[in-house]
Design a protein around this ligand. Structure first.
Ligand SMILES: [Mn+2]
Length: 313
């Protein structure tokens, strides 16, 4: 029996994942919520979310997310989250719970009484899928859509180097279970609002190429959200536009925050490990995709990233 399905009786259960959850964290948490509902176990799903979930993920059953978690839970089931700080405001609940189960594909998660972890897996939904099949649990169409969302987003539509034959086998099984690949892909990658498209052209105008480091950088400022009347949660796709530059291997998008600090998104398409680069700012993620927050200024961020690239050349 999968560890994930043990000790669920008579427990108050919180299902959660990293702050500002992406398609993988949401897909894993919501599919597991649907399973617990079907099995008749009570649970809450809650995340620390600044603002809104991006509309590119609104095909997921976001209505299952509760806004107000209880003060404490017996058990936390945490998806796609490498350390307790990444739970944001919910971190306290991982201290008070008597059991924390972590299901993840980040390298070496630093917490969890039970860890179901495979850093070689492409997505957390892939790790979760294996546990579900161990259980011989039949996957419904809704669950298949949630699991597929994590698979699509964390493999960049089955294109990143983490895409292996197991990923396609799981995707095929999810299609058999009714997952709507076309609808999910359209919502995630083919539905950019007009304003966001205009903002994209501005971000592309600002792009800089540092040839010596095969690095492209662009910037999003607070002012842009006003000018283009767009939510901050709607600009995550911009990193995918700038990373297309042929002369670059590393892409960096620097986003100004309301408190004048900055967030950085990093992508790599060669052996350079952007998790190592993000870690100099206290951030993290994966080898090919990572992020960080910092109070450093923009010039300093670019310089630090260049230095970190040099160390890996
Ligand atoms: Mn993930």
């Amino acid at each position: 029996m999968s560890e994930l399905f043990k000790n669920l009786e008579n427990k108050s259960i919180l299902i959660t994942g990293h702050v500002n959850p992406d398609g993988d964290a949401l897909g894993a948490a919501l599919s597991f919520k649907l399973i617990l509902d079907e099995l008749g176990f009570d649970s809450d799903v809650c995340f620390d979310i600044n603002g809104k979930v991006p509309s590119s993920l609104d095909h997921l059953p976001l209505n299952l997310i509760s806004q107000n978690p209880k003060d404490n839970y017996d058990k936390l089931i945490v998806f796609d989250c490498g350390n307790p700080q990444r739970l944001g405001e919910l971190e306290i609940l991982s201290d008070t719970a008597s059991e924390v189960v972590v299901v993840d594909h980040h390298i070496d998660p630093s917490f969890g009484d039970v860890q179901i972890i495979d850093p070689t897996a492409a997505s957390t939904t892939q790790v979760l899928y294996r546990e579900i099949t161990k259980q011989n649990y039949e996957i419904s169409k809704n669950i298949a859509n949630c699991l597929m969302t994590g698979l699509i987003t964390d493999t960049g539509r089955f294109q990143y180097s983490n895409t292996d034959s197991e990923v396609f086998n799981i995707a095929a099984a999810l299609m058999d279970a009714g997952a709507d690949l076309t609808k999910i892909s359209e919502n995630i990658y083919g539905s950019i609002s007009f304003n966001a498209m205009k903002l994209q052209s501005e971000i592309i105008k600002r792009i800089e190429l540092f040839s010596d480091h095969s690095l492209v950088v662009s910037y999003v400022f607070q002012e842009d959200y006003k000018t283009y009347n767009i939510e901050e949660s709607e600009v995550d796709f911009l990193i995918d536009s700038i990373r297309l530059v042929k002369e670059s291997n590393i892409a960096l998008l620097i986003k100004e925050q309301p408190d004048m600090s900055f967030k950085g998104s990093l992508r790599s398409r060669n052996d350079i490990d952007v998790q190592l680069i993000a870690s100099i700012f206290g951030g993290g993620g994966h080898k090919a995709a990572s992020g960080f927050s910092t109070n450093n200024d923009m010039k300093n961020i670019v310089n630090e990233v260049k230095k970190a690239i040099e160390l890996q050349l």
